[in-house]
Design a protein around this ligand. Structure first.
Ligand code: FAD
Length: 146
């Protein structure tokens, strides 16, 4: 069965500390688990990057709610497509906190500049997402469907 994939980036409107991120994650995990949406969220330098996957209508409804959220702005849709298999089936919403392991990954994609997903190409964004996935505690690596 085909799975809908949606990737967007946005800019945080408030100072987003760990507490705020945790609130977003708690809500995301609860609502995503109830409708079978999975994915990953990354936050750095005041920018969000999120990957959602699931049934098309569920992903669309989730994205619609996210776009109404006044905690972020400048929401830019990066990719909306169909994939064969989920890439984040273990996570209602995975999150990769900042760590030394991320620095070399960002360095490669941002050419040494601060994280700015709006300046990244779609292939580079996808590559970054799958590199972040390797930092998650466990995963199904299905590279054929990237
Ligand atoms: P309500 O809970 O009724 O909230 C209405 C509005 O109040 C929201 O749009 C927001 O502007 C504001 N609000 C809600 N909670 C808070 C809070 N704790 N602090 C400040 N303002 C608040 N939801 C998902 O279901 N799945 C996701 O994967 C997901 N990812 C997100 C990623 C980001 C970067 C952000 C900012 C939010 C994300 N959310 C996600 C949350 C989503 O935007 C909605 O808040 C949530 O889905 C509940 O929707 P609702 O219409 O019931 O909103």
């Amino acid at each position: 069965m085909d799975i809908a994939r949606l990737i967007y980036n946005s800019r945080s409107l408030e100072h987003c500390d760990t507490r705020e991120i945790n609130k977003i994650l708690e809500c995301s995990e609860r609502l995503n688990a109830s409708c079978g949406v999975t994915g990953i969220l990354y936050f750095s330098n005041n920018n969000f990057l999120q990957y959602l996957e699931g049934e098309e209508a569920d992903v669309a409804r989730t994205y619609e709610r996210i776009t109404q959220d006044n905690r972020h702005t400048d929401i830019q849709l990066v990719d909306k497509s169909t994939i064969q298999n989920r890439q984040f089936s273990d996570w209602a919403m995975a999150y990769v906190p900042e760590s030394d392991k991320i620095a070399p990954i960002l360095e490669k994609h941002m050419d040494g500049k601060a994280f700015n997903p709006q300046a990244m190409s779609t292939p580079s964004t996808l590559e970054l997402i799958f590199e972040l996935r390797t930092l998650l505690p466990k995963a199904h690596y299905d590279t054929q469907n990237q």
